[in-house]
Write a protein that binds this ligand. Structure first.
Ligand SMILES: CC(C)(COP(=O)(O)OP(=O)(O)OC[C@H]1O[C@@H](n2cnc3c(N)ncnc32)[C@H](O)[C@@H]1OP(=O)(O)O)[C@@H](O)C(=O)NCCC(=O)NCCS
Length: 174
């Protein structure tokens, strides 16, 4: 990761509607915004493989407390003209560095996830990077492809939101 963690970052981009998109480190005070975001059932259905049920405060708090202490988790708030717009995150699974993101539903379709992922990729030196997406999450697939990720595998993944398994795509960059 590049220098500058902890303070205000210089990374900055623009959404399609020319709002200024920036990433900043997560703070303790972001917990309520994050819980509200992750309580959106429509977003959770898109992710499909999210292990926490939307609105489950206990599961959210456990996840929040664990990831806040984990130095391998790089979690960034997406800020859009000063407003909370979601998060972009990178974490390790079996030694492979993954990326993910979630944008407030009222802000979808403005290029915010695409800008946020581009900013996160500028911040991360690790390559390759990986992402896993339910095959029917067309919006997320588009965001990854636009950033240069390519599909390198298809797998069956546990999807608590779909009461079973779904087809998932494995994306790789670099
Ligand atoms: C996926 C998600 C991050 C996209 O955020 P966003 O800010 O709307 O994304 P962008 O505007 O940067 O780009 C989305 C692209 O997908 C396209 N898209 C979205 N839904 C689509 C659909 N159902 N069919 C076809 N294209 C779709 C958009 O048109 C856009 O492409 P374009 O720029 O070529 O028009 C957002 O829907 C989200 O947060 N979903 C819930 C969480 C999630 O799924 N996270 C990813 C987990 S892997």
């Amino acid at each position: 990761m590049r220098e500058g963690g902890g303070g205000v970052r210089g990374w900055r981009g623009y959404s399609r509607t020319m709002t200024v998109v920036t990433l900043r480190p997560v703070r303790d005070g972001d917990a309520e915004s994050m819980f509200r975001l992750e309580s959106d059932e429509v977003g959770a259905d898109m992710i499909a493989m999210l292990p926490r049920a939307p609105g489950d405060r206990i599961a959210f708090d456990q996840h929040w407390n664990r990831t806040r202490k984990d130095i391998t988790v790089i979690n960034r708030i997406i800020d859009c003209d000063g407003a909370f717009a979601g998060y972009a995150v990178s974490f390790l699974v079996d030694g492979q560095r993954q990326v993910g993101y979630w944008v407030e539903r009222s802000m979808w379709g403005q290029g915010i996830a695409s800008s946020a992922l581009r900013l996160l990729l500028e911040e991360l030196d690790d390559r390759p990077l990986w992402a896993r997406v339910a095959s029917d999450n067309v919006g997320s697939r588009r965001v990854l492809e636009r950033a240069g990720f390519e599909v390198v595998g298809v797998e069956r993944v546990l999807a608590p939101r779909r009461s079973g398994e779904v087809s998932g795509l494995v994306f790789r960059l670099g």
